[in-house]
Ligand binder design. Structure first.
Ligand SMILES: N[C@@H](CCC(=O)N[C@@H](CS)C(=O)NCC(=O)O)C(=O)O
Length: 231
């Protein structure tokens, strides 16, 4: 495996942002060391490596830190352009489109995610965030149709930027499904996304990285709420 022992990820196992980076490292066939952080007691390495945001993930490459998950993914794709599939399209126009949808996911789905779990002070506020998630997912159903052109993933035949960015949230979606008593990615309302989810979860690069134990995720949610994370 490439990577040469000089790659290390500082992460938290449920973080959508960490999960997407780990999936990209897997796609590229890169070996890396993984260090689980405690967000209630961040390591000196994390604080020193990401002093501005103090957030995970951090990728250390030969000891040098790279921060912000979408920037990390692009870095990996550029440095290891020759290894594994390209995560961002080579064509500049398609690359711009992929970046647009990846930013959309973090903007709309990401803010609904924190709204549904961390920032809601009442069930009404949670319902309002769920409605925002529904709307974003409906839009992404159309984006999937457009970007995939009938192929399995947003990235076409293989997993690409938009796939990993959205796929990082799937473990949390399953936990939210349990809380709200229905599917966020609903096979009737968003059939393309529902089929995409199955394919994404089954991909080698995602297996073991996307959390599939809802009870464990919900227990971890309590830990995050107790330390006031993601507010
Ligand atoms: N925009 C950042 C978001 C990273 C982020 O929010 N990470 C969370 C964990 S999911 C974190 O480390 N939060 C710090 C904290 O809660 O103190 C990225 O894409 O890397």
């Amino acid at each position: 495996m490439a990577g040469g022992g000089d790659l290390k990820v500082l992460g938290v196992w449920t973080s959508p942002f960490v999960i997407r980076v780990r999936i990209v490292l897997n796609l590229k066939g890169l070996a890396y060391e993984y260090a689980e952080e405690d967000l209630g007691n961040k390591s000196a390495l994390l604080l020193g490596s990401n002093p501005v945001n103090k957030s995970v993930p951090v990728l250390l490459h030969g000891g040098r830190p790279i921060n912000e998950s979408r920037i990390i993914i692009q870095y990996i794709d550029e440095v290891w352009a020759g290894s594994g599939p390209a995560v961002l399209p080579r064509d500049p126009y398609e690359r711009a489109v992929a970046r647009f949808w990846a930013a959309y996911v973090d903007d709309k789905v990401g803010s609904a995610w924190t709204g549904m779990l961390f920032r809601c002070k009442s069930e009404e506020e949670r319902a309002e965030a769920v409605a925002r998630a529904d709307e974003a997912l409906r839009t992404l159903e159309g984006a999937l149709e457009e970007c995939s052109k009938g192929k399995p993933f947003f990235g076409g035949d293989g997993i690409g930027l938009v796939d990993v960015v959205l796929g990082g949230y799937l473990g949390w979606f399953a936990a939210i499904d349990r809380i709200i008593g229905r599917r966020l990615i609903d096979p009737v309302r968003t059939p393309l996304l529902a089929a995409w989810e199955q394919r994404f979860r089954a991909a080698d690069a995602a297996r073991g990285v996307v959390p599939d134990d809802v009870d464990k995720v919900l227990a971890f949610l309590q830990t995050l709420l107790a330390i006031g994370s993601m507010k």
